[in-house]
Design a protein around this ligand. Structure first.
Ligand SMILES: [Zn+2]
Length: 347
């Protein structure tokens, strides 16, 4: 499948221009955090500057959202991979080299997810700055998942660790360590933000488990287009019975599709899940031929809502995903109602 990167990039720049315009009128939207302290919704499209704050570049939105919740307003944060882009095939633009040449660090997932961006960072980061990857510091090679779209023979592990919330907590802890190393004067501030964010992630983790538990046991099976639930499923008691996207991110072959249709009929799968970022006519065809419900809006790295809305966060994304899964598989989506998706950092 071809992704029009130029279009995504225009959308992304449009978003930052809009955000800047809002800031220009001093009308930053505020909302109540969990401790009722107002938190400005800063997103992750700051311009880097010499304002004395760390210039922190990140890659995909889940990582950007985690870094914002630790760094708060004491970092300049710039996500390189635009929302709604296929992060697995994303190629950074020359303008990203300029951003990286002004960064104090690139915080990335690693595990082969963002190789072109990491390569560009290694060539362009200033003297003394480095890439800091999270995935390989969170689990050991023995824990890497190799599965449908990430077969072991290709040598690229499934990189989607953050869908398993304890791993997302580990990411937040690693980010806190790295920001504190780079800016020791703000270490206490980052640690306070980590405490609040960890509490929010633990609330999310418990709600995810309760929501999965509400799904009838025979329905706790995921058949998805994009293979992003390899670490989520075993932790919460679900099984990924298949992922449709080939390892080169092309469309599946007619033979693959025929096999899947057989599998869905045999296993009596109630729903198959597509993705916002990977629309697939193939899934619609499979749904038509098998009678399974086709749900097209699971997302592994694109938060819901507009940039600047309280749900446009990592927690908001996982909340939405679980509501969608529970709704399609016979569980209780309202068990996610108590999860506040908003940022938890304080100024
Ligand atoms: Zn993905």
């Amino acid at each position: 499948m071809q992704i029009d990167l130029s279009l995504s990039r225009r959308r992304f720049l449009g978003t930052s221009v809009a955000a800047t315009a809002v800031l220009g009128f001093s009308r930053v939207p505020y909302l109540a955090a969990q401790d009722a302290t107002p938190v400005p919704l800063l997103g992750w499209s700051d311009d880097f500057s010499d304002n004395g704050l760390l210039n922190v570049a990140t890659t995909v939105a889940p990582i950007s959202s985690i870094v914002r919740n630790i760094g708060g307003n004491r970092i300049n944060l710039r996500g390189i991979v635009p929302d709604g882009t296929n992060s697995h095939t994303f190629e950074p633009a020359p303008s990203d080299a300029v951003i990286l040449s002004n960064a104090d660090v690139l915080i990335a997932n690693g595990l082969d997810l963002e190789d072109p961006t990491i390569e560009m960072a290694n060539e362009n980061l200033p003297e003394g700055a480095a890439v800091f990857t999270l995935g390989d510091k969170t689990i050991t090679p023995e824990q890497y998942a190799y599965d449908f779209s990430f077969p072991e023979e290709d040598g690229h592990p499934n990189p989607h660790l953050w869908t398993n919330i304890p791993y997302a907590i580990a990411y937040a802890e690693l980010v806190t360590e790295e920001l504190s190393r780079l800016d020791p004067d703000n270490a206490d501030y980052f640690a306070g933000n980590l405490d609040r964010y960890r509490t929010a992630l633990e609330t999310l983790d418990a709600a995810v488990q309760a929501t999965v538990d509400s799904i009838p046991e025979e329905n706790r099976r995921l058949l998805t287009y994009h293979d992003s639930w390899a670490y989520f499923a075993p932790n919460y008691g679900m099984t990924v019975i298949g992922a449709i996207q080939p390892s080169d991110f092309s469309e599946p072959s007619p033979r693959d599709v025929a096999d899947l249709i057989d599998q869905i009929r045999e296993e009596n799968v109630p729903a198959i899940f597509g993705s916002e970022v990977f629309p697939s006519g193939v899934l619609e065809q499979i749904a038509r031929e098998t009678g399974a419900e086709y749900v097209d809006d699971l997302r592994d790295d694109e938060p819901p809502g507009d940039a600047g809305s309280p749900e446009h966060t990592f927690i908001g994304m996982m909340k939405r995903n679980l509501q969608i899964m529970a709704g399609a598989l016979g569980g209780d989506p309202s068990l996610m109602d108590g999860v506040d998706p908003a940022d938890t950092w304080v100024p």
